[in-house]
Design a protein around this ligand. Sequence first.
Ligand code: NAP
Length: 257
Amino acid sequence: MPTALVTGATAGIGRAYARRLAAEGHDMVLVARDAERLGELADRLQTRHNVRVEVLTADLADAAQRAQVAARVGDVDEPVDVLVNNAGFGTGGAFWDLSTDVLQRQLEVNVAAVLELTHAAVRQMRERGRGDVINVGSVAGFFTASGSTYAATKAYVIAFSEGLATALTGTGVRVMALCPGFTQTEFHQRAGLEMSKLPRAFWLQADQVVHESLADLRAGKPVSIPGAQYKALVAIGRLIPKKLQRMVVTRTVPGRT
Ligand SMILES: NC(=O)c1ccc[n+]([C@@H]2O[C@H](COP(=O)([O-])OP(=O)(O)OC[C@H]3O[C@@H](n4cnc5c(N)ncnc54)[C@H](OP(=O)(O)O)[C@@H]3O)[C@@H](O)[C@H]2O)c1
């Protein structure tokens, strides 16, 4: 059976990936900080889908714990066939009001973990001539004029994944950036963002995001943007000059990060 490793598997999009990949018959390695939630999900997936589930409790903001997860990803004796770098978080409030500690942790989880785990995966996958890596970016990564450090981390994820996908052409290893728009998960509550005014049409469901992303991955796309509304938004955004984007942000976004 192929094995999939999902970071941030305890909630939201990561949990939806874990459920879907286990249902497809993958043995699973689940990574997050909350050991109790990981254990509960592992039991459920084992019982429901009769797959092997391994749990790795790790804080991906911590270099040593990240290295342990990278070692598992790169283990050639128990190879990971699908890596989903999903763990990540946003922050409400202006850059200058946030502590450098929080901003550094965001960089470690949203960027360093993606880089290090992808590195470990691609090495063993190239040798085996197959493997899939999904790096979860965001539609926000296309709109960095907002001045958000979160958007900047996601711009990195998109640029990195797209470039690596090209570099790996012909090796049997696929890399894709998944760029969801607003998705109903614990993300906004954790970030302290008030979202009650967002029109319903903009909300995506985690299962839908996962479903579209896997279809895009299997169709060989380097970037996946689930939902027609977000495909349109990104396409329009690309046509708007940076100068105009900056003007819009200056008038509408009071220092969001
Ligand atoms: N929801 C959206 O609107 C949206 C839109 C675009 C992109 N995204 C991206 O989608 C990804 C998943 O987010 P989500 O919406 O599913 O959020 P979520 O419901 O808050 O889930 C986040 C997951 O990441 C894990 N995590 C957070 N910090 C971690 C750390 N330091 N070490 C290990 N695991 C950590 C959490 O588990 P523990 O707390 O147990 O560690 C949890 O499983 C993120 O990369 C996010 O940036 C979300």
